[in-house]
Ligand binder design. Structure first.
Ligand code: SF4
Length: 365
């Protein structure tokens, strides 16, 4: 297979996606020794990537930020750190199948478990390989719930990647949402602008932007992911009337320094995308090696202030475990309690329900 990132349209990218360590190892010409150390993690969390996304990597660089996001790492299955597969309690906050409700004015629809790339830091890696598909039964129950709960003003389409749903199904869903008067905003969470930007054909973008109030929340983590193809995808979306925001996850060894976040922020603005959130990594099973410690994120924001336009600086935030909601953090966040000498520190936050919760920071999460 050609390694050119220009190769093929989105159907070609989708048909030729590389599933499994052997296929990815062949594409990148990884050594047998390298593959052997990754095998157990690959069995637990199977890797997947588009040829386009892999073509952005430098396979000879072990610290490559693209490879770190797609290649299984032995650290993912380290037994000495047990973590929750669902730390944000999405399953507990689900009033009907396929719907997650944490805030009064918003509801999230989980439409599919399919993705074009399995990002190693994924919050929902527990769902990889599961068959979660939007079907008539689930849709009717979810729409019934949305229609009855008139305080819901925004619906977030999520997954997996909701833009991998068949176009006709997606169009029906968007039209049906458009008929619910109190739903003013539809936000689509998709990583396709980063990993399969070819999907954003003119007609697909026009379908997405057919009504006002449509937003796409995408997920660029590193300036290397900003290419001519992703720029074209964003231009088409913007022309079609879809607003675009970006949510970056702070990842150790990928983007945990101010220069990278600065370059990413400025690059995003150049293609019309607002850097929205920089998330501290959630304590998800299989992702500990990516966590930086809360202080790292605060330091990055502090280094960017005054050096770069506020438009290019995302809000640093933590999603509190147990469905406690998001909290924005600034370098001035005053709620630090010193721990034992030489030991951990806790941050204290107020949850959505008013309870105060402590968030342990052991330097890696
Ligand atoms: S595209 Fe999104 S849902 Fe899919 S693996 Fe990546 S982060 Fe997870």
């Amino acid at each position: 297979m050609s390694k050119s990132k220009d190769c093929g349209d989105w159907q070609w990218q989708w048909r030729h996606r590389l599933a499994g360590l052997t296929a990815i190892g062949d594409f990148l010409a990884l050594s047998e020794e390298d593959l052997a150390r990754r095998r157990a993690a690959a069995e637990r969390y199977p890797p997947l990537a588009t040829p386009y996304y892999l073509s952005l990597a430098n396979p000879t660089d072990t610290a490559d930020p693209i490879l770190r996001q797609v290649l299984p790492d032995p650290a993912e299955i380290e037994a000495r750190w047990t973590a929750d597969p669902d730390p944000l309690a999405e399953q507990a906050d689900s009033p009907v199948p396929g719907v997650v409700r944490r805030y009064p004015d918003r509801a999230l629809l989980l439409l599919t478990a399919r993705c074009a790339v399995h990002c190693r830091h994924c919050l929902r890696k527990r769902n990889w390989g599961r068959r979660i598909e939007w079907n008539h039964g689930a849709a009717d129950q979810a729409f019934d719930y949305l229609e009855k709960n008139r305080e819901i003003r925004e619906v977030i389409l999520s997954g997996g990647d909701p833009l991998l749903l068949e176009q006709e199904k997606l169009q029906n869903l968007l039209e049906r949402l458009g008929r619910i008067e109190h739903v003013a905003v539809v936000r689509i969470g998709s990583r396709l602008p980063t990993v399969m930007p070819q999907r954003f054909t003119e007609d697909f973008c026009e379908m997405l932007g057919a009504r006002p109030g449509r937003w796409l929340a995408t997920h660029f983590n590193h300036p290397r992911e900003l290419t001519d193809e992703s720029g074209l995808a964003c231009r088409r979306l913007l022309r079609a009337g879809v607003g675009i925001i970006n949510q970056t996850v702070l990842l150790k060894g990928v983007n945990d320094n101010a220069e990278i976040i600065r370059e990413l922020g400025l690059g995003l603005l150049r293609i019309g995308v607002k850097p929205y959130y920089l998330f501290h990594g959630d304590p998800v099973a299989g992702t500990r090696h990516f966590r930086t410690g809360v202080r790292r994120g605060l330091q990055i924001i502090s280094e960017l202030r005054g050096r770069v336009s506020g438009l290019a600086i995302p809000t640093f935030a933590i999603d509190l475990p147990g469905g406690g909601g998001k909290v924005a953090l600034t370098p001035e966040t005053p709620v630090v309690i010193p721990g034992q000498p030489g030991g951990d520190e806790d941050f204290l936050f107020s949850r959505l329900d008013g309870e105060v919760c402590s968030y342990g920071d052991d330097g890696s999460g």
